[in-house]
Write a protein that binds this ligand. Structure first.
Ligand SMILES: Cc1cc2nc3c(=O)[nH]c(=O)nc-3n(C[C@H](O)[C@H](O)[C@H](O)COP(=O)(O)OP(=O)(O)OC[C@H]3O[C@@H](n4cnc5c(N)ncnc54)[C@H](O)[C@@H]3O)c2cc1C
Length: 511
């Protein structure tokens, strides 16, 4: 692998896809940098290329092999908190699939086949304009792509919120340039590519999630039929310690399937950081005092913790599930429990991520500290148990206090697990604060590891660090990943270092 070959590769890229689709000026490179990163120079791309067709993707991959130039595939590159559009290896060429925007929806099967560049807003508009009765599941930052988010195992807030789990069939350009369709798509003209997940023989869809084994060009996805009703409750809880019993109340409902979406119990800073800036509350640096926390909660009329629970389906089903939720909280010390009710027959849009309407306003939390804002995501996965959630909260909160950072976190339910999603908000123009972020992140990862918890996803800067915590059998999983990597990508050109997977050609670069 050699970055010295970049000029010759760029000349070939221009011939293959046109000079207008090859970006190599300093301004271009900066546009593809990770603007949320503590130090964007460490992962500055060398250039970017934007093909429009699968054949062009294949050609770019072949050129990269010829010149042994590393590529970094993105669908829309809005992976803020985890690296944006930027590569692990500085100088890599970003393979930007934004121009690939074809959408096919099967209205009988309730599925979509999208090219990688299709954004959440694109697919939402397509469903609306064609009056197709399906809902998306969208992330809190919906600026990105349906494919990129699912491939990074992103999450949303409807019953289809585990996005990787909704994938049904992929089209992939392998690192050597061959094209493969997974699942039933392996049969020419298959009628069930997006309908039957397993295919015949081994299943490969999940192998392309968080990996560097291929460039996905088309992704099959199950869509949620528009329900008749969305009912539920917005709940607020007054005390820090309420987290424990709230987790224990929701976990069985989630396991039993009474609650099918992924509720997320978040603290008061979630609202405050989107609607206001820190300066509006205090001029004092360091951890926020109790007086400020109290003032914020009063202004937004929220608890220390908040959670929104929703039930979906035919009105009788949603109603029955909402009644079970009400019974579970009956007699427990909730601060407030406000019922919510949306019925399709009312003819009004529900209009939030709970109905898969794309949003971008949460991006405003980058302004919390002022200056050029950003954050890194820290997201360990733990069992869905109240005492363990409280313990996780206390240890993490103590580290926020130690490093003088503002606590911004949520506990998001899987069907059997709880992901503690933290956004370490910072001001990149504050050198003192930035001097603390790296040490804090490393201590958080070590703290989770000591409890035997691993992150579900991480920032490009920390991919090796997090991979090193998955250490069973002397790192047997990493070794398996790298054996597969070497077989599929003998020249090591595709996204070296992604998820801590390094090809033989650049294994020495592991951090
Ligand atoms: C305020 C805020 C709120 C957020 N809320 C959420 C949330 O609720 N849920 C959530 O999941 N995320 C959230 N995010 C994180 C992130 O912004 C989203 O996940 C976003 O959708 C990712 O960007 P993207 O879709 O453009 O993916 P990309 O940046 O294009 O890609 C994401 C990853 O997948 C890989 N990839 C992309 N395309 C391909 C391909 N074609 N083949 C193979 N690999 C590929 C990339 O290499 C990259 O590692 C949030 C971020 C912010 C700042």
């Amino acid at each position: 692998m050699s970055l010295a070959n970049l000029p010759a590769a760029l000349a070939d890229f221009r011939t293959a896809i046109g000079a207008a689709n090859v970006f190599s000026s300093e301004e271009d490179r900066t546009a593809y940098a990770d603007h949320y990163s503590p130090d964007e120079t460490r992962h500055m791309p060398g250039a970017a290329v934007a093909p429009a067709t699968v054949e062009q993707v294949q050609e770019i991959v072949r050129i990269a092999n010829r010149h042994k130039v590393p590529l970094w595939q993105i669908s829309r590159g809005k992976n803020f908190g985890y690296g944006g559009a930027a590569p692990v290896v500085k100088g890599s060429v970003v393979l930007d699939l934004t121009r690939m925007k074809r959408i096919e929806v099967d209205p009988e099967g309730g599925t979509a086949l999208v090219e990688s560049g299709v954004g959440f807003f694109d697919l939402y508009d397509h469903l609306q304009q064609n009056k197709l009765p399906f809902w998306l599941s969208v992330p809190g930052n919906s600026w990105g792509s349906v494919a990129g988010n699912a491939l990074d195992r992103g999450v949303g807030y409807t019953p289809y919120g585990d996005h990787a789990a909704q994938i049904c069939g992929l089209e992939v350009v392998l690192p050597t340039g061959e094209l493969v369709r997974t699942g039933m798509g392996a049969m020419t003209g298959s009628k069930t590519w997006q309908l039957y997940r397993n295919g015949y023989g081994p299943g490969w869809d999940q192998m392309f999630c968080q990996s560097n084994f291929g460039v996905v060009t088309k992704l099959g996805l199950w869509l949620m039929p528009e329900p008749e009703a969305v009912l539920g409750y917005d709940l607020e809880f007054d005390g820090i310690d309420d987290l424990g019993w709230v987790v224990d109340t929701i976990a069985p409902l989630r396991r039993e399937g009474v609650i099918r979406q992924a509720p997320s119990i978040g603290n008061w800073l979630r609202s405050a950081s989107v609607m206001t800036t820190r300066e509006q509350w205090t001029k004092t640096k360091g951890a926020l005092g109790e007086d400020v926390v109290t003032a914020i909660r009063k202004r937004f009329n929220i608890g220390w913790w908040s959670v929104q629970l929703r039930t979906y389906g035919h009105v009788e089903m949603a109603d029955a599930a909402a009644k079970v939720i009400a019974r579970a909280f009956d007699g427990k010390p909730v601060l407030s429990m406000k019922p919510t009710r949306w019925l399709r027959s009312d003819g009004k849009p529900e209009g939030s991520p709970f109905s898969g309407v794309p949003i971008s306003f949460p991006l405003a939390n980058a302004n919390w500290h002022g200056g050029r804002g950003g954050h890194v995501g820290y997201s360990p996965v733990l069992p869905a148990k109240g005492d363990l959630a409280m313990d996780q909260f206390r240890r993490t909160y103590a580290l926020y206090e130690k490093y003088g950072m503002d606590y911004h976190a949520s506990f998001a339910f899987g069907e059997r697990s709880l992901t503690n999603v933290n956004q370490l908000l910072f001001d990149r123009d504050d050198p003192d604060m930035m001097g603390r972020v790296d040490a804090m992140f490393r201590e958080l990862v070590a703290d989770a590891k000591a409890k035997h918890y691993g992150e579900y996803r991480t920032h490009i800067e920390y991919m090796d660090l997090v991979a090193s915590t998955y250490d069973h059998g002397g790192g047997a999983l990493r070794k398996l990943n790298e054996r597969v990597k070497d077989t599929l990508d003998p020249n090591g050109i595709l996204a070296p270092g992604k998820s801590g997977i390094w090809p033989a050609a650049s294994r020495g670069e592991r951090a």
